[in-house]
Ligand binder design. Sequence first.
Ligand code: NAD
Length: 483
Amino acid sequence: MVSRVIPVDPFDLVIFGGTGDLARRKILPGLFRRFCAGQMPEDARIIGAARGEMDDAGYRAVVAGAIAEFSGAIGQDAALQARFLDTIGYVTTDARGTGGWDDLRARLRDDVVRAFYFSVGPGLFGDLAERLHMHGMASDHSRIVVEKPFGRDLESAKALNATLAMHFKEDQIYRIDHYLGKETVQNLMAVRFGNMLFEPLWNAQYVDHIQITVAETVGVGGRGAYYDKSGAMRDMIQNHLMQLLCLIAMEPPSRFDPDAVRDEKLKVIRALDPVESHQIVRGQYDPTEDALGFREHVDDSKSTTESFIALKCQISNWRWSGTPFYLRTGKRLRARASEIAVVFKRTPHNIFDDAETTHRNVLVIRLQPNEGMTLDVTIKEPGPGGMRLMDVPLDMSFAEALGPDAEATDAYERLIMDVIRGNQTLFMRGDEVEAAWNWTDPIIAGWESRGDVPKSYDSGSSGPEDALMLMHRDGRRWREIRA
Ligand code: NAD
């Protein structure tokens, strides 16, 4: 199946931090793929901006290297690459200095969409917004894209929102959470609100519980210093898992437009109950014979930062009262696998002799690997011998069902195209981010005041034993972490 590609309007995109890891791995290769797909117009311009001294040709070499390394087979097409590189320029700019800003201003056109991607450390977000304003680049048709982390608590998030708001209006600010750019995540909304089948069952009466898992096999690696100040709660739960929770749990918005969707997400966050200490398990991975443990990675033998977290939360509203949501995420786990599982209740009465009572429908939305959905349904076991039941998955892999092109659009490239189109639906609004911190802060303050120490877990496992107990106590169990 060939997907329809609708070209976006011409634009000038400035990537602050254009020589950094994120720009090289995701943003630039993503733009190149959109260019190859015919979505990025030839008269669009991409301007890298960072502290390093370089001219346009030098930066084009950086971009060519990034494409060759991270764009797959398409990156080898020399003719396409040459045309794409024609759109690239570079300005040496210091977010806290004075040099380069007038040069940058002079390069921008007044009659096209103008976007500034803040792909620099979070300490510079405010400086960039200020400088753009000071140098006359914060006009009404300018947009800024702000990377994570957006604050480290409610107070800092509020301060950052206030700084950005001094220079840009809310409809110019795109707070990125790349989980929202994933094909499956958007499909979650299509499935919920485009089918008659699911929405009538999507509530506490029919749903036993929901599990959201984001498991990684990598450790903190070279990000130790940053991660030790952050931990899984701040790095993953407050943003990515919270966003997934919102999309699963929100009421149907009246329209699929940015504010209608974000209003509903906000209501979910505000309806979350506080999490009690017995509803949360934190962990740290142990060293193995050939790999460092968490504390060695962060270079602090007494670190109490968590590389794993599992928690149970409740949404106090009419739809979800009584249906728990279990969230877990961690590093150095058994497999790299992210999924949302909606586990339905059992049928009220078993008419079959089959004594098996475990049958239930489970809708699994897989985010990675192999984005897709599975619905476990109960059928008769084939063959003679009476009415024995078994569960089989109705499996839909998007790559198989929709063709390879469907898989090729990565979250970042989709979101950048949304920025150019001016569509904020898949970006977090300021009040959403603040509400998420408002829920997160007391949980963190709770374990800090108790002096809780994370439980250790084996690399390659499913996390600490206590995390299994979190569900066992409720007569439930986690789904296996499987790639
Ligand atoms: P990085 O350290 O690799 O790159 C930082 C970039 O900022 C470099 O281009 C550097 O030249 C530039 N820079 C630093 N100080 C500057 C200054 N004073 N003025 C102008 N430019 C300056 O960082 P990264 O990994 O690319 O991350 C960038 C942002 O994206 C961070 O906020 C990070 O939290 C976020 N992020 C990164 C990833 C990732 O996979 N790398 C994932 C999610 C979010």
